[in-house]
Design a protein around this ligand. Structure first.
Ligand SMILES: NC(=O)c1ccc[n+]([C@@H]2O[C@H](COP(=O)([O-])OP(=O)(O)OC[C@H]3O[C@@H](n4cnc5c(N)ncnc54)[C@H](OP(=O)(O)O)[C@@H]3O)[C@@H](O)[C@H]2O)c1
Length: 334
């Protein structure tokens, strides 16, 4: 179907978790590239919790996606036809492909993949996901050897890397994840020192106290809500709380009111949010560090692959139901 561009558009705005019922697939003609443009064949697209924010009524600081709009997002693609020097058919590129099979984009918005990296690594461990973990843990969290670090959402794309960054920095790392299987993987394969299966714990704050008896130097939070409260109840003096994400609140009807903020006073603790793009000028440093640790065998990671563009909306729902382990991507073509 050389002339068919399959794409996923938002059909209705979701309440709660977004899934296949909120999206539709449509086929439009491929647009031939004009001067300065390239026609691409998408190989992989990323699925990210932030997408649920983009399709909500009030997405805050990001541009909203409305019903009828194509789902935007980042992907890896192969150049099919090029009207610019420096990009040839067959080249692999990273771009804001959106959820479509054959985008036509301005070449300026397209980044050629360095030789030797895999497409899924460039979306995951060496892409936004890994860089978020690296800068969140090191630059925002400021982890130091010997510290105790707790990571929520630890078996997800960001969490799996964040925990290992702290472990490599000689910290004691405890991960929170849903289910015994994810927890065993974190301990046995990724070298987390201890884990908390939050789904099996009646009292989260007590579970954190049990696994981190001396308290927390750093809490790297991907989840928010009750988990943030449980961590706040267990801070050490001068602890740092890194607000990376709040997936428990992203699709929630009623927001959880955090109760333990008072702990910050006596503990002289700091809470800081960040956006990975704050560190765009240092991405090279982050990628070099992550690549070197992978080459040494110190840093491992998992990619959770779904087959078929039409299943991308199911992927979005999986993130909110804990269906993924590691970085979630959709294989579209190639
Ligand atoms: N600040 C930034 O610049 C930035 C950049 C990228 C991502 N993020 C944030 O980082 C976080 C992780 O993103 P990701 O792409 O790596 O996703 P992910 O962790 O791979 O997937 C989401 C995971 O969150 C857990 N989860 C979902 N609902 C939950 C709930 N109610 N309570 C507890 N855990 C829940 C699930 O694991 P379980 O099975 O363990 O529940 C699920 O697998 C997200 O909050 C995202 O928004 C921030």
């Amino acid at each position: 179907m050389r002339n068919a561009n399959r794409r996923i558009v938002l059909r209705t705005r979701p309440e709660g978790v977004a899934g296949p019922e909120h999206f539709a697939e449509e086929t439009v003609a491929v647009r031939a590239p004009g001067p300065g443009e390239v026609l691409l064949e998408t190989l992989y697209v990323s699925v990210d919790p932030a997408m649920r924010v983009w399709i909500s009524e009030n997405p805050g600081y990001v541009q909203r996606i409305d019903p009828g709009d194509m789902m935007r997002g980042s992907g890896i693609a192969r150049v099919v036809e090029s009207k610019v020097p420096g990009l040839e058919p067959g080249d692999l590129v990273h771009a804001r492909t959106g959820w479509q099979s054959h985008p036509t984009l301005e070449a300026e918005a397209v980044e050629k993949l360095p030789a030797g990296v895999t497409p899924t690594d460039w979306l995951g461990v060496l892409g936004m996901t890994g860089l978020t973990a690296y800068f969140g843990m090191r630059a925002v969290g400021g982890v130091q050897p010997g510290e105790t670090v707790l990571v929520s959402g630890a078996a997800g794309g960001v969490g799996q890397i964040a925990g290992q960054v702290a472990r490599i920095e000689a910290c004691r790392v405890v991960g929170i994840a849903g289910g015994a299987k994810k927890c065993a993987w974190l301990r046995n394969e990724l070298g987390f020192h201890a884990t908390i299966d939050y789904k099996a714990e009646p009292n989260l704050a007590a579970a954190v106290a049990r696994e981190c008896p001396g308290g927390l130097d750093v809490f790297y939070d991907n989840v928010g809500g009750a988990m943030l409260d449980a961590a706040l109840a267990n801070l050490k003096l001068r602890a740092r709380v890194v607000i990376c994400g709040r997936i428990s609140q992203t699709a929630a009807g009623e927001l959880y009111g955090v109760r333990n903020m008072g702990q910050l006073i006596g503990k002289r603790a700091r809470v800081e949010g960040f956006i990975v793009s704050d560190f765009a000028h240092r991405f090279g440093e982050g990628r070099a560090w992550l690549s070197a640790r992978m080459a040494e065998g110190a840093l491992r990671h998992r990619v959770h692959e779904i087959e078929g563009l039409e299943h991308a909306p199911e992927g979005l729902a999986m993130l909110f139901r804990g269906g993924n382990t590691g970085k979630l991507v959709v294989r579209v073509g190639g």
